[in-house]
Design a protein around this ligand. Structure first.
Ligand SMILES: Cc1cc2nc3c(=O)[nH]c(=O)nc-3n(C[C@H](O)[C@H](O)[C@H](O)COP(=O)(O)OP(=O)(O)OC[C@H]3O[C@@H](n4cnc5c(N)ncnc54)[C@H](O)[C@@H]3O)c2cc1C
Length: 297
């Protein structure tokens, strides 16, 4: 019988001394080298032959990649080598971004989260990435270094297609910055998987809301959806409904339907497109109801 998982192919492990060296190496070996942090996506894909590389470039420990800091003006900075468990247990994250703690804790198992990083979750660019939506509606901005210098990209402009991002050859994401959360923010992440542990989402719904003098309803809501489109997406029409109309159970139901109408899921082993659509409606309604109950208290 043929072993479907024969093990890792031979490749070279590269440990650069600096980010500049990492970027130069990646640019020089474009298509044959990739950076990695936890390796929880990379090694599985290499083992399965989905990813073929000659070099894996370890970015852990390079300057700034272990930073995890909060500043009341700048917000939260999460370096590329910071693991999900480090994020989830950090007192400032627990205090200011509890919705990110909740989203991170839905990823696989505690053991996996000891390796897996938020930046790896983002750069893997899977529509199912559980922490992406929350980072997106918190207005996350990626800090990127390449051979030509540094640049920043808002997370909502980062994804092109499943597994594809706007990163250019030789570019590495060094960290993500989440601005200070809006005053009075309440957020939740709802994940539907095939089991309670260690499965990718069939549907993921990240919601946050906060009082807003700019909205006719008096509140602003943000809604991001996972596993229901080629890239993680925000349900803009649903957000507009909640901004414009007085928040009632009916408004929430209308917004949940608008979220459902915005998605373009596929059928796969985890669920049919139709099931996913209906679950977007149900989970969005559930998440909004939960957020609203706390906001209006
Ligand atoms: C058993 C199992 C269960 C899982 N369950 C879940 C789950 O429930 N939810 C979920 O969302 N994910 C899940 N995953 C996927 C994975 O664990 C996460 O996506 C994780 O966050 C990836 O982080 P990492 O640091 O391990 O990434 P890595 O494997 O190191 O990298 C992932 C990708 O990002 C690129 N990359 C990494 N860092 C950078 C950087 N700094 N700059 C540019 N590119 C970079 C790599 O080249 C690679 O393409 C699971 C994986 C396994 C093996």
């Amino acid at each position: 019988m043929i072993n479907p998982h024969p093990g890792l192919p031979e490749l070279e492990y590269v440990k650069p001394a600096s980010l500049s060296e990492a970027c130069a190496f990646l640019a020089e070996h474009d298509g044959k080298a990739k950076p990695f942090a936890g390796g929880t996506d990379s090694f599985v894909r290499l083992r399965d032959g989905v990813l073929k590389l000659d070099y894996l470039v370890d970015i852990k420990g390079l300057e700034g990649t272990k930073e995890l800091s909060f500043d009341s003006k700048k917000g939260l900075t999460i370096g590329a080598a910071v693991t999900m468990n480090q994020v989830a247990k950090h007192p400032d994250v627990i205090q200011h971004y509890p919705n990110l703690v909740q989203a991170a804790n839905t990823v696989a198992s505690y053991q996996l989260r000891n390796r897996a990083t938020i930046i790896g979750n983002i750069c893997n660019a899977s529509p199912a990435g559980d922490t992406i939506g929350t980072c997106m509606i918190l207005d996350g901005v990626l800090n990127i270094k390449g051979t030509e210098g540094e640049r920043t990209i808002p997370l909502n402009a980062f994804f092109l297609a499943p597994g594809r991002t706007v990163l250019k050859a030789g570019e590495v994401v060094t960290s993500i910055t989440l601005p200070p959360p809006p005053a009075g923010m309440v957020g939740v992440y709802k994940k539907l998987g095939r089991n309670q542990m260690s499965d990718l989402s069939i549907v993921g719904v990240a919601v946050l809301g906060y009082p807003s003098a700019k909205s006719p309803s008096g509140y602003a809501f943000r809604i991001a959806l996972a596993s229901v489109a080629p890239v993680p997406m925000e349900a803009l029409k649903a957000e507009a409904i909640l901004s414009e109309k007085k928040i009632t159970a009916e408004t929430i139901a209308d917004a949940a339907v608008a979220a459902m109408d915005a998605v373009t899921p596929i059928d796969d082993v985890r669920g049919s497109a139709r099931y996913r659509k209906l679950m977007v409606r149900n989970l969005t309604r559930e998440a909004l109801t939960e957020v609203w109950a706390k906001l209006s208290n």
